[in-house]
Ligand binder design. Sequence first.
Ligand code: URP
Ligand code: ZN
Ligand code: ZN
Length: 484
Amino acid sequence: MATVIKNGTIVTADLTYKADIKVEGGKIVEIGPDLAGDETLDATGCYVMPGGIDPHVHLEMPFMGTYSADDFDSGTRAALAGGTTMVVDFCLPDPGQSMLDALKRWDNKATRAHCDYSFHMAVTWWSEQVFNEMKTVVQEKGINTFKHFMAYKGSLMVNDDEMFASFSRCAELGALPLVHAENGDVVAAMQQKLMDEGNNGPEAHAYSRPASVEGEATNRAIIIADMAGVPLYVVHTSCEQAHEAIRRARQNGMRVYGEPLIQHLTLDESEYFDKDWDHSARRVMSPPFRNKQHQDSLWAGLASGSLQCVATDHCAFTTDQKRYGLGDFRKIPNGTGGLEDRLPMLWTYGVATGRITMNEFVAVTSTNIAKILNLYPRKGAILVGADADLVVLDPKKSKTISAKTQQSAIDYNVFEGKQVTGLPRYTLSRGVVVVDDGMVKSREGHGQFVAREPYPAVSKALSTWKELTAPRKVERTGIPASGV
Ligand SMILES: NC(=O)NCCC(=O)O
Ligand SMILES: [Zn+2]
Ligand SMILES: [Zn+2]
């Protein structure tokens, strides 16, 4: 059966033009004027864009003594409702656990997905087994990205020597390392000091993770990546210090990518000073929300291209779960939601305000990450042969964000009360209409794992240059005889 999206304006990362799109067998099969099919979707007054790709989510994540509340069912429904058609989750081996065993668990959880998905693999400990398994993960399991937590001391954190070893292995395998960049040792010391001083509320979470802690770790990870000869992707870049390190590295020719979250772009640190403990605790995440200057820096990075992608780090906990940290902010599960809200919030606060263009919107929500993760042009593109993952965005459609109407399983929304415009009239996942005028009509299990090949081009360029510029022994002709 062929579906035609008619009368819309196609918006991609680099073009805006009027054309119809014909979809068949899950793929885009034709783009042009006056197309006909068995089913017609009217896109009059709408923009037809590649579906959003969220490269950073944690669905049913085991973390801080509990599990994040949105699983692959509710989480991917939330994604589709907001125009996101693919998510990338993190497979987290326990310390000492085989990556391949952990992956079985993630494969199992993800069978419930309503939209396509992929995985990053986390390096949570180091050994010869990890070194060997990384090759299997890349070459047999379709995962070309490895995450490193520089924070969460005592659980997920890895040290510099482990990071250097893992980054070097990524370089050999043509894989991309990712980092959560915060100095975990400094955070742990600051947390203890705050607790000793009786500062145990959610605001102390933010005090224990100042921007300098993130800036230092970002810079360190960049230097380690450069020494290992590998590109680097920095997740949840939240502040000017981290952005500055990324900007500088890029100006020096390094392939470093930065990912602000929609939460950091639109919510600020005043959330932690609310008199209501629940309000502040619900917004505890790492890194914490920052001030307006940091937000301006992130917006400028998206506009100028020094930051590449907007994600959510969707890791949602209920109010009851957040209350594990009553009396000790260190026990508040870290994480916030945003999957359903990323596109409408970015459209409202980015495109509608003139901070970014429509084409930049597509670039930072879909196309850039598709290229970075080696998914392009299967995903992130409107081209014949691409997957028909599409969002028909109505720029006039609006709503007030409310936990009462959201897909997410939690009992609140950090964007509660925000008035947003720019909502999906339709969302298509591999050609299937999964959102129709705001109604989610998707099916559990429709989502498929998307395998990703390693990056031959970037790693080849880096290794070629490294070899050309490697220190070499000087071959001498005139060697003086020993004077002894
Ligand atoms: N960001 C956060 O607070 N929770 C999720 C885990 C992580 O990404 O650090
Ligand atoms: Zn993180
Ligand atoms: Zn995360």
